[in-house]
Design a protein around this ligand. Structure first.
Ligand code: ZN
Ligand code: ZN
Length: 250
């Protein structure tokens, strides 16, 4: 029973980390499609630090580079060049390689300030991960704690690889770009699977195009914006695409 609870905790952590990634790192920090309340930003930032070790500024910079050079040699993780399986399996390595290159953060993260807490703690992912693992082991015990860590690590890294690999290779392309819409992936990643829609309109806080499409990240933003905890910049992919091109989605 303890192992079942540990697996459930690991899966829940992955989903919360996916929500923090899509809402805070991706839609807010990287694309400024939504402006979250500072309290929400801080919560997500600290949670991601402890559950993934990610530096928010580095993530936003690597991701902006991906949009700037999609499928070009400079793209940090292009399945068109590397093959989807390599991106799926080594996405974390490809990410780290680009994140550690100071030119990436200097060029693509220059508008994101480095605060004192960032310098002292939040940019030191290994300390955050140590805190996260210690909390899980203290809470669940040694073996279940480690099981939860393994489940969460495999889940988060695997799904991140799928967004960059599968969702640039398989699936539907209603808009004219190399990314794809993959419904099952959208279910598992709080809406990130609508990656073709996202590449067509990166400043839309909503990735889905229909109300019944499962974009949990957008549903979360809708709720917190009604509570005064977020300000949405754009929320309609089709309007944004119509503004910038003459292509008609199918
Ligand atoms: Zn992409
Ligand atoms: Zn993006």
């Amino acid at each position: 029973m303890q192992i079942v609870i540990a697996i459930a905790v690991g899966l829940a952590l992955t989903q919360l980390a996916n929500l923090a990634t899509t809402v805070y790192l991706h839609r807010d920090l990287a694309h400024k499609a939504v402006q979250l309340h500072p309290a929400l930003r801080s919560f997500f930032k600290v949670f991601l630090w402890m559950s993934t070790g990610i530096s928010a500024r580095q993530w936003a910079a690597v991701h902006r580079k991906h949009h700037a050079y999609t499928d070009d040699p400079e793209d940090p993780h292009s399945p068109a060049r590397l093959g989807w399986l390599r991106v799926q399996l080594t996405n974390a390595v490809l990410y780290r390689r680009s994140a550690r290159d100071p030119r990436t953060t200097e060029r693509y993260g220059k508008d994101i300030p480095v605060t004192l807490p960032d310098r002292l703690l939040l940019n030191r992912g290994i300390i955050g991960l140590a805190f996260g693992v210690a909390i899980l082991v203290w809470w669940l015990g040694w073996v279940p704690g480690v099981v939860a860590v393994v489940v969460h690590t495999l889940g988060y890294i695997g799904l991140g690889g799928s967004v960059n690999g599968v969702a640039h290779t398989f699936g539907r392309r209603p808009f004219d770009n190399s990314a794809t819409n993959v419904t099952w992936l959208a279910w598992l990643t709080c809406g990130e699977g609508y990656h073709n829609n996202h590449h067509a309109a990166p400043t839309s806080a909503r990735f889905a195009r229909r109300w019944h499409h499962f974009d949990l990240g957008w549903w979360f933003i809708s709720v917190v914006s009604r509570l005064g905890l977020a300000r949405v910049r754009h929320a309609d992919v089709d309007t944004l695409v119509a503004r910038t091109s003459n292509s008609v989605p199918v």
